[in-house]
Design a protein around this ligand. Sequence first.
Ligand code: MN
Length: 391
Amino acid sequence: MADRVYIFDTTLRDGEQSPGCSMTVPEKLRMGAKLVELGADILEAGFPIASDGDFEAVEAVAREFPWVQVAALARANKMDIERAAQALKGARRPRIHTFIATSDIHLKFKLKKSQQQVLDEAVAAVTLARQYCDDVEFSAEDATRTDWDYLEKISRAVVAAGARTVNLPDTVGYSVPEEYGAMIGRMAKALGNSAIVSVHCHDDLGLAVANSLAAVRAGARQVECTINGIGERAGNAALEEVVMAMKTRHDHYPYETKIVTEHLFEASQMLSSIITFGPQPNKAIVGENAFAHEAGIHQDGFLKERTTYEIMDPKSVGVPESKLVLGKHSGRHALAKRCEDLGIALTKEQLDVMYHRFTTLADRKKGVRNDEILKLAQEVSAGAAVAGLQK
Ligand code: MN
């Protein structure tokens, strides 16, 4: 299928290697189960040479979910690749993901190697990895700061050596959508049907999702991403955003993934319960406020017809329902709705009194809770009763 986009989840590898996100093997298995249920195509479970824990995690994830493709990361050297292969020994659908940096800046300062040396090592690594499994992915680390002619040359060479997926990451989050799309377009054209072009974007400029989508439009068919966008520094492209952009704007992004979007919120919540932090409240798709409305004009429109202010149905991502937050910007319509939901029957006059008291209270606070609304309503009803007696 030409328009099928594979979701390569790296929550358990790139995500896990960022501050506050490390996971034990049982935690990776728990998260892994959720990612499988979500429908991720490939799970990158760890970097086996990095630690025994990572080695065990790859082994365990592959054992627990044998029908899923499980990837293990390895630098482009013999020791790393053999360690990855060993961790994947029991896997039914193993993938070795090997990488080496290709940009001048990394070659000069980090690797201290020539372009030819790096190309030779990349080819040797892929050749070796292919001895252990058919499914080999090669990543040209810091691809976006690599000379395009050299990038094309090394991409062709690793495919000739047996790589089936060529990942061209924006490792440092430096690229912008137009530039990244052009680069991916050129490489996808060069490789044709010989390999899947993959992207892996970081969010240093807040462009990881935009860059990933531009790349898909340019021919990439694998997106590497994480739940809640966790990952090195500012994080990776957020899986939930990439997927929901393609689903909500299918007119613009006519591509299919296997993600069951109704599980997105649960996956986000589970990850938050495992690592040390959750998404910020205003995070797209899964943040606490992603489907919350406080402004009166918005609440009124929303109550008349949801789609006036919501482009996605919260249920489509697993959020039970939209929230109407009652605060100083809220209107009469939302207050009346809340009273009704709380089982309080008010006359029009009572609602007017109630609304006046409510705005006075809301002016002093960040939001008004249900128990405060109940108390106000009781006061208003009691006041009316007293007024009635005095007549
Ligand atoms: Mn990364």
